[in-house]
Design a protein around this ligand. Sequence first.
Ligand code: PLP
Length: 371
Amino acid sequence: MRNLDFQKLVPAYVQGFESYQPSKPDPELMKAYGVDHLHRLNNNENALGPPPEVSTIVEKFPVKNVPVYPSGDCFYLRQKLAAFYGKTPDRFLIGNGSCEVISSVIKAFCEEGDNIITADQTFAVYEWVAEFSGFEARLIPLKNNRFDHRAMLDAMDENTKILFVCNPNNPTGTYWDTETMEAFLDEVDNRAIVVIDEAYFEYVEKEDYPDGMTLMERYPNVIVFRTFSKMYALAALRIGYLCGTADIVELVSRAHIVYSVNTLAQEAAVAALSNDGTFIRETLDMVGEAKKLLCGLFEERKLEYVCNEGNYLMVKVPLPDTLMYRMLMRKGIMVRTMTTFRFPNWIRVSLVQRPVMEAFCKAFVEVLDNR
Ligand SMILES: *Cc1c(COP(=O)(O)O)cnc(C)c1O
């Protein structure tokens, strides 16, 4: 038998791609760092947990449903979303996390020679999926921590299929106001698809923040992404969705894996949308309080920080971010190092309950003072 020659079988763009290294499970990390607790401030999870309506569904999930395939097109959830947003069910496509719908959109619209446009310092999955699929990702530098709409338009050519706008941006929390978004969409002028990733939509309370769900009725090239992972705290269940015109949704569904969204996730998502909003209010209050506490500390210590929308902020630390990470881990605090987001020596911190934020502040100050 001849030797297996990977080089011949694997496309250059896959060979050149570095695989993502996921974090170890919490118990392994706790052992490695010698701590008996771990506060997860690394993934922008909602530490309050899901709305109470979800708990009932999760706790009472019938074992007899385990062998049964889920609804292949998330029938009831799409009905629920349709009622929730005042649109029809055929406007929604559900994925195994919104990461999966990112992938489906790129597969549906891009072919050899095409490119996508997004920012250099944003959620990296747009760039990754494009690149490991063999498409060029044009990464436009942020301007004052915001997506630069002028430079993104200038980077467009006839092979540009999709522009990804993370609004508000992870990790800077900045957003395009309605005026900027409309001016951008007017200039794109239906030449390409515009994805507005609104993973943190429910966290933004600003008057001038545009609602992609409304805008898309005037701009048929707009696709909005939302997720149940962040505000609704269903991250473990992996469920997110996109909304667009019925035609676009039908097209993207051709490139989408059927049955990728499990039954429990579908039912939990329906339950989450049934909450009357009390849960969102409580989360927003928690995040607001955490912002005040942390920004106060950063001001006092004269540290550069970026705190805008969303349940996270970033701070620049006077030591390597990976070292900061390890020092905080030894105190039971897990943050996100930002070198991978192209913010060397910054860390991102998720905003959670006051006692945990106080524990973060204490640990952070100890690390700074005992270097
Ligand atoms: C977390 C996040 C997502 C996706 O999350 P899923 O868990 O895959 O739904 C998408 N976009 C941004 C900007 C995010 O921060």
